[in-house]
Design a binder for this molecule. Structure first.
Ligand SMILES: Cc1cc2nc3c(=O)[nH]c(=O)nc-3n(C[C@H](O)[C@H](O)[C@H](O)COP(=O)(O)O)c2cc1C
Ligand SMILES: Nc1ncnc2c1ncn2[C@@H]1O[C@H](COP(=O)(O)OP(=O)(O)O)[C@@H](O)[C@H]1O
Length: 178
């Protein structure tokens, strides 16, 4: 399906997250198809799609989502940092992938890659379905717009609050029994 023509909404969804959000998803950063940085100039960290099953979200619709991410780097000592993120879930119709993938663009400039790190997501809203595009440039334009929409959407108080969520701050770990 091609994207609709005309301007896009600058903000996604209502002023408070609606059911089924927030959704939690966590996994190890694995290799993707090697296109994000090289072809699009927008790196995307892939995590195993099996993480959706673990959380009971295997029927989550393909599309573009936004929320907060926690990146946990193991060495020299485990450190978790929270960043805003946009996530693409699906078959990337422009590239006609045959498997569904979870790809996360973290809205931060990193100096190096972080394969093997743990990436935990608190997904707070849905932006749009995935589309096929006539050109790589129009795909890039839409991803850039998604990033702006996510930034603006996360500025709302009820969305900002989830940045401090315990599960995320603990790097995707459930609370231990005391
Ligand atoms: C916010 C965002 C929106 C995206 N939207 C689409 C889309 O509508 N259609 C599509 O084919 N791919 C979409 N993609 C996926 C890119 O095509 C994908 O990230 C790219 O193929 C890089 O894949 P790789 O990291 O596995 O190499 C989107 C990615 C992001 C981060
Ligand atoms: N802002 C960022 N968001 C997501 N990943 C990033 C970012 N900056 C660097 N990376 C790194 O780049 C990798 C993704 O690069 P990419 O070119 O999309 O390759 P691939 O999808 O094949 O793994 C991520 O796994 C991560 O290690």
């Amino acid at each position: 399906m091609p994207p609709p023509s005309g301007p896009r909404d600058p903000i996604a969804g209502l002023d408070t997250p609606q059911s089924p959000f927030p959704l939690k998803l966590s996994g190890e950063v694995i290799k993707g198809f090697g296109r994000g940085s090289a072809e699009l100039g927008i790196p995307t960290a892939n995590i195993p799609i099996s993480g959706l099953d673990v959380g009971g979200h295997s029927d989550l619709a393909s599309g573009i989502y936004y929320g907060w991410s926690a990146l946990t780097i193991a060495s020299p000592s485990p450190t978790t940092t929270i960043y805003p993120m946009v996530m693409s879930l699906g078959y990337n119709p422009y590239y006609k992938n045959t498997v569904r993938s979870v790809e996360v663009h973290i809205m931060h400039d990193f100096e190096s890659d972080f394969y093997g790190a743990r990436l935990s997501l608190s997904i707070l809203g849905y932006i749009r379905p995935e589309y096929d595009y006539v050109s790589k440039e129009s795909l890039i334009d839409d991803i850039r717009t998604d990033i702006k929409v996510a930034e603006k959407s996360l500025e709302r108080e009820a969305y900002k609050a989830w940045k401090e969520d315990g599960w995320l701050v603990r790097g995707g770990k459930e609370e231990e029994d005391s």
